[in-house]
Design a protein around this ligand. Structure first.
Ligand code: TRP
Length: 433
C-alpha cells in the first residue's frame, strides 16, 4: 500500500480543487439549466446561494478530510464505528456518477475529431441523436475517456492528479477567455448579455430556487467525498477559509464566463437558449458551422470541455480509489483496475440506453437518466445531509474554531445545524416529486 500522499503546495491543492469543481457542470449543465430557468433571475438566485449556503458544506467536507486524514469510509469510521456504512455511500456515489459523467466525456472526444468536418453536417440535431444511438462508437469513446482519467489517477496524487491539473486548468482558462472574446464580437451579442443579466422577476419560483441549489452543490463537487479525499491530503498547518473562497469564486467566474461564451452566440444566430442538454452538442456546433474559422473554434471549444471534464473526472475517481487503497490495502494500480472494471460495467449499459437498450427502464427512466437522477437528486444531497448532521450535531464542530470572524462563525454554526439540512431535505423531496 502506498504512503499517504500530501499536496506539494497550497497552489497545487487549490488548482486541483478548482479542477474538480470546474467541469461539465459549468460549461454544459450550467448554461442549459440557466436557459431552462429564466436566465438572469436564475443567475441572481444561484450567486446568492453559492456564496452563502454552499460555503458551509464545502468547508465542512474539506475540514473533515483534513481533520481525520483518511479516505471516506475511514473518516466516518473514525468519528463513530457505525458511521462507516454512511461513509461507504460516498465511493458508491462516485462510481455511479462516473458511469454517466464519462459518457458525456466520450461524446466530447467525438466532437473534438468531428470539429474538422463541422460544416459538413447537414442536420445537427439528427447527427447528435444518430451518434448517441450508435451501439459501438459511444461505448468505445466512453471507455477511452475513462481510461484517460484512470491513467492519471493511477499515476498518483502528486505525479498524476496534481500535474494534470496544473497543465489543463491554465489551458482551460486561456481557451475560455479566447472564446468569450470571439463570442462577444458577434453581431447582436448584447441580446445574449441582456438575457444573462437583465432579470425578469416574474420567473422566480421555488422549483427554480431548488434547481439553482442543486446546480450549486453539483458544480462545487459537494457530496461524494471527492473533496473530503482531497482535503485529507492537505498538510496540517494550512488554513481552509481562503481556499474555500477561492474555489467558490473561481467556479462561479468560470460558470459566468461559460454563459458569456454561449448565450451571445446563441442569440446572435437567433437560436433558442432553452434547448436543454443538447445546447452544447447541437446548438453550439450549428453556430460553429456558420462562423469564419468555425473548425478551429469548434476544436478549441471541445478541447476546453475536455480539459474541464478530465480534471473533474479524476476527482470523481480519486475518492473510490483512495477508499480501495486504504481499506483493502491494495496498490493504486490494482485499485484503479478494479474501478475501471466497475465503472465500465455500469457505464456501457448506460451508454447503450440511448439506443439499443432504450426500452429498458428503471423506475420509468432510461439507465442514463436514472443514474443522473439517483446521484444528482438523491445521493449527493443525502451524503451532504449526513455529513452536515454528523459535524453539527454529533461532532459539534464550532465555527469559531475554523473561522476567525464571530459573525461568520455564528452563521456557520446555524447553517450547519439547521439551514443547510433543511435546504437539503427540500432538495431531496423536490427530486422525488
Ligand atoms: N463539479 C464537477 C462539475 O461541475 C463534477 C464533479 C466532480 C462532481 N466531482 C464531483 C459532482 C463530486 C459531484 C460530486 O462538472
Amino acid at each position: 500500500m502506498e504512503k499517504r500522499p500530501n499536496w506539494t503546495s497550497k497552489y497545487a491543492f487549490i488548482v486541483t480543487a478548482i479542477g474538480s469543481a470546474v467541469g461539465l457542470g459549468n460549461i454544459w449543465r450550467f448554461p442549459y439549466i440557466m436557459g431552462q430557468n429564466g436566465g438572469a433571475i436564475f443567475l441572481i438566485v444561484y450567486i446568492l446561494l453559492i456564496s452563502t449556503i454552499c460555503f458551509i458544506p464545502l468547508m465542512n467536507e474539506l475540514y473533515i478530510g483534513k481533520l481525520t486524514k483518511k479516505e471516506c469510509v475511514g473518516a466516518y469510521e473514525s468519528i463513530n464505528r457505525n458511521f462507516k456504512y454512511l461513509g461507504a455511500l460516498n465511493p458508491i456515489t462516485g462510481i455511479l456518477i462516473a458511469s454517466f459523467y464519462f459518457i458525456v466525456g466520450g461524446w466530447i472526444i467525438n466532437y473534438i475529431f468531428k470539429s474538422f468536418f463541422i460544416n459538413k453536417i447537414q442536420n445537427y440535431g439528427q447527427y447528435f441523436s444518430d451518434f448517441i444511438q450508435n451501439p459501438v462508437y459511444p461505448c468505445i469513446l466512453t471507455l477511452l475517456f475513462l481510461f484517460i482519467c484512470i491513467f492519471y489517477t493511477a499515476k498518483g496524487v502528486t505525479k498524476g492528479i496534481e500535474r494534470v491539473n496544473k497543465i489543463l486548468m491554465p489551458l482551460f482558462a486561456i481557451i475560455l477567455i479566447f472564446l468569450v472574446i470571439i463570442s462577444l464580437r458577434l453581431p447582436n451579442a448584447n441580446l445574449g448579455l441582456e438575457y444573462m443579466f437583465k432579470p425578469d422577476f416574474s420567473k422566480l419560483n421555488t422549483h427554480m430556487i431548488l434547481a439553482a441549489l442543486g446546480q450549486a452543490f453539483f458544480t462545487l463537487s459537494i457530496g461524494m467525498g471527492a473533496l473530503l479525499t482531497y482535503g485529507s491530503y492537505i498538510k496540517e498547518d494550512k488554513s481552509l477559509v481562503r481556499s474555500v473562497y477561492t474555489i467558490i469564486l473561481s467556479d462561479t467566474t468560470f460558470a459566468l464566463l461559460a454563459g458569456i461564451m454561449i448565450f451571445p452566440a446563441v442569440f446572435a444566430f437567433g437560436l433558442e437558449p432553452n434547448s436543454g442538454a443538447g445546447l452544447v452538442f447541437v446548438t453550439i456546433p450549428k453556430i460553429f458551422s456558420q462562423i469564419p474559422h468555425g473548425n478551429i473554434i469548434s476544436f478549441a471549444f471541445f478541447i476546453l470541455l475536455f480539459c474541464a471534464a478530465v480534471t473533474s473526472g479524476i476527482s470523481i475517481l480519486e475518492a473510490p480509489c483512495a477508499t480501495f487503497i486504504e481499506r483493502f490495502k491494495t496498490s493504486r494500480i490494482k485499485a484503479c483496475c478494479i474501478i475501471f472494471g466497475m465503472v465500465s460495467i455500469i457505464a456501457i449499459p448506460a451508454t447503450l440506453s440511448f439506443g439499443v437498450l432504450g426500452d429498458l427502464k428503471v423506475f420509468g427512466k432510461t439507465i442514463f437518466d436514472f443514474l443522473d437522477f439517483l446521484t444528482s437528486n438523491i445521493m449527493l444531497p443525502m451524503n451532504t445531509l449526513f455529513l452536515c448532521l454528523i459535524s453539527g450535531w454529533y461532532l459539534k464542530i464550532k465555527g469559531k474554531n475554523i473561522l476567525n470572524n464571530k459573525i461568520m462563525a455564528f452563521l456557520f454554526d446555524t447553517g450547519l445545524k439547521y439551514i443547510v439540512p433543511i435546504a437539503l431535505i427540500c432538495l431531496i423531496f423536490m427530486g422525488l416529486n
